[in-house]
Design a protein. Structure first.
Length: 279
């Protein structure tokens, strides 16, 4: 499976302009570097796949899309979900791609990238050990990063279509190959009720914005998170930019609810756009 965006096409087009017969790029959205051969009207990849110059230009012109190469043609990685009525697509960055949900990015990409965004969230509760709950899988970057030190990571995704997108995203490959990661399809609001008390050492709660998943900001959900978390366990809860007037209101609501359900130590981590709560 070959996946490209304008970031991978750009060095190829530059090499063509310079009259070179090869170029260094990537065929998996930047995960690994490869060398491609440049012929008079097409590119040859190491696996013998081909792509014509006009297709390269089509990919280059689409700055918000990632593409699969199939039978010398480029197909944009995007899907519509009948379950949620939402449109999903991969949007490239200079590092790992982000997920667009009905046009809204699921990672911070202004002044950062999805890889750094994920690491900033994980850093708030390191060192991570034992069993971890990742409440909202998305592209799986959080689960993959947490699994580097955790014994087990349970990650939940609401929409099966997002998991299909993950299968097409080279940066999500470890979701399916890492035995430490256990995937579930379902609503975290309901799924969290199926776990035993004191089951997790850490929880990473990175829900969609309030308008898309208000139940994941509810006192009922936080009560369940408190129940399944071990004593002295920690939860990181992504909320959004605390400097935004709208988000600051949600911050205050979240802080109040976390305290009401029993969390003792709660503090804002502005650099990660969230809060850490300790049981």
């Amino acid at each position: 499976m070959l996946a490209l965006s304008h970031y991978q096409v750009s060095p190829i087009l530059q090499a063509i302009k310079q009259g070179k017969d090869s170029a260094l790029t990537s065929s998996d959205l930047g995960v690994r570097e490869i060398e491609v051969a440049i012929l008079p009207d097409k590119i040859i990849f190491p696996d013998s796949s081909e792509i014509r110059f006009e297709t390269l230009n089509e990919i280059f012109d689409e700055k918000n899309g990632c593409f699969l190469l199939q039978n010398c043609a480029a197909k944009k990685i995007q899907m519509y979900s009948e379950t949620t009525g939402r449109f999903y697509s991969l949007c490239p960055t200079e590092q790992s791609p982000t997920l667009l949900v009905s046009g809204k990015t699921m990672h911070r990409i202004v002044g950062t990238n999805p890889t750094l965004d994920t690491k900033s969230k994980i850093k708030t509760i390191t060192p991570i050990r034992g069993r971890v709950l990742d409440t909202c899988m998305g592209l799986g970057y959080t689960a993959i990063e947490a699994s580097k030190t955790a014994d087990e990571v349970v990650t939940i995704e609401f929409d099966k279509m997002v998991e299909e997108i993950c299968h097409l995203n080279p940066w999500s490959e470890e979701l399916f190959s890492n035995s430490k990661i256990k995937r579930r399809i379902g609503n975290s609001f309901e799924e969290i009720k199926t776990f035993d008390e004191n089951y997790f050492d850490f929880i990473i709660h990175d829900p969609p914005m309030f308008a898309l998943a208000g139940e994941l900001y509810s006192e009922e959900f936080y009560r369940e998170a408190f129940r399944v978390l071990k004593k002295r366990g920690k939860m990181f809860h992504y909320i959004g930019n605390p400097e935004s007037k709208t988000v600051s209101i949600i911050f205050q609501s979240v802080l109040r609810k976390l305290k009401e359900v029993g969390f003792q130590k709660i503090y804002v981590r502005g650099e990660a756009f969230g809060v850490v709560a300790r049981k």
